[in-house]
Design a binder for this molecule. Structure first.
Ligand code: F6P
Length: 397
């Protein structure tokens, strides 16, 4: 098969940020289509942007991408390094020019970066500050990249979380317990919401709707009183917990300040000074554990926690993610052949389309409050962390 005309002769491919299922399938899709359809040379850059700065590469071809479709993680390795601020010999240095120089040395017409929100920013920076041609593909289990309907990795993670919730249901019902299940999503609640609905969680807490513990407790008590259900599944995004913690710390700081003032007024020792004299610090309780402890004492129902952690990012990609990454990868090769650079290959209405990177970099896609997933959860009677009245007010605002 003779290759089709191509404006691109050679590309580098890197994976950056947290890994997720589907990265290898995407690498395979780009590599196979680029070589077979357009005769483009493909080079793999190791360990994200650090590999570009350090000029560490491997060849990508039919042999090196054979058998990786179903493999989790990334055969290229990944890191959270940023070219603009990279830790080198203990100091944070701007390595932008080193990255660009290596890309030129390697003869890359374009560097294809597979990653989430941070990667979009880093790739755009290399283009703006270094004049490098870049292209990105949207990956993250958080599904929070702007400009695309969906990111790859999300479907697999949602499946893993849903299966976990299914399993937690059977043990929660047997023991009449509240189980708090913590899922990833440091800024957004797509994963908690999607898996929460799919797994039939009773309470879903996401960062987009800061939760009110009293509303959750009232809901759980009502569930017990009206339906006789003493077990409940509370699916919470890590970002919702972090947000509640920030609010709690601010409230604590304000009340401490007030307490110190009254102790000082009374000429006594401050609360802080007494605590410091013990010489020990407590091992910090996890935020999910604190939520479970509070729910346990406020509802008088035994509670447990399960934090799914990096299990959510491991293992084989789902069929939907394999299909999506293969579509994205082969589309990327087509756009490269056209000479379409400095874009993210996004999914819109089921199609892969190039979106200018400048429209995407630095943006975050949160769950809109009028999103149909939220309306669906509400319609089912799921608690979303606030009273129904408050929720409706926010949804319709
Ligand atoms: O992949 C995105 C994400 O899953 C976030 O939700 C989470 O906070 C973060 O990665 C944690 O990743 P790591 O432990 O690799 O830094």
């Amino acid at each position: 098969m003779s290759p089709l005309p191509s404006r691109t002769r050679c590309i580098g491919v890197l994976t950056s940020g947290g890994d997720c299922p589907g990265l290898n399938a995407a690498i395979r899709g780009i590599t196979k289509a680029a070589i077979q359809d357009y005769g483009i040379k493909v080079v793999g850059i190791l360990d994200g942007f650090r590999g570009l700065v350090e000029n560490r590469t491997i060849p990508l071809d039919f042999a090196t991408t054979s058998g990786v479709l179903t493999r989790g993680g990334t055969i290229l390795g990944t890191s959270r390094d940023r070219p603009r601020k990279m830790l080198i010999g203990g100091a944070l240095l701007d390595m932008t020019q080193a990255a660009v120089a290596n890309a030129r040395k390697q003869d890359f017409d374009c560097v294809v970066c597979l990653g989430g929100g941070g990667t979009q920013k880093n790739a755009y920076h290399l283009h703006k500050a270094g004049g490098l041609n870049v292209m990105t593909l949207p990956k993250t289990i958080d599904n929070d990249v702007a400009g695309t309907d969906v990111t790859f990795g999300f479907d697999t993670a949602m499946q893993i979380c849903t299966e976990a919730i299914d399993r937690l249901h059977t043990t929660a019902t047997s023991h009449d317990r509240i189980i708090v299940v913590e899922v990833m999503g440091h800024n957004t609640g797509w994963l908690a919401l999607g898996a929460g609905i799919a797994g039939g969680a009773d309470v879903i807490l996401i960062p987009e709707i800061p939760y009110d513990i009293d509303a959750v407790v009232d809901y759980l008590k009502e569930r017990q009183r009206r339906y006789g259900k003493r077990f409940s599944i509370v699916c919470v995004a890590e970002g919702a917990l972090a947000q509640a913690e920030v609010a709690a710390q601010a409230a604590e700081a304000a009340s401490k300040k007030e307490a110190k003032k009254s102790e000082a007024d009374a000429g006594g020792e401050t609360a802080d000074a007494v605590a410091d004299q013990t010489g020990f610090r407590l091992v910090k309780e996890s935020l999910a554990s604190r939520l479970a402890r509070n729910l346990q004492s406020l509802t008088n129902t035994e509670a447990r926690i399960t934090s799914l952690g990096h299990v959510q990012r491991g293992g084989v990609p789902s069929a939907a993610d394999r299909l999506l990454t293969t579509l994205l990868g082969t589309s990327a090769a087509r756009f490269l052949a056209d000479g379409t650079y400095n874009v993210m290959v996004a999914v819109r209405g089921g199609l892969c389309v190039p979106v200018p990177l400048g429209e995407v970099a630095g943006q975050k896609k949160q769950v809109p409050l009028d999103h149909h997933w939220l309306r669906t959860a509400r319609a089912l009677g799921t608690c979303l962390g606030v009273t129904d009245r408050e929720l409706r007010r926010r949804m319709d605002a």
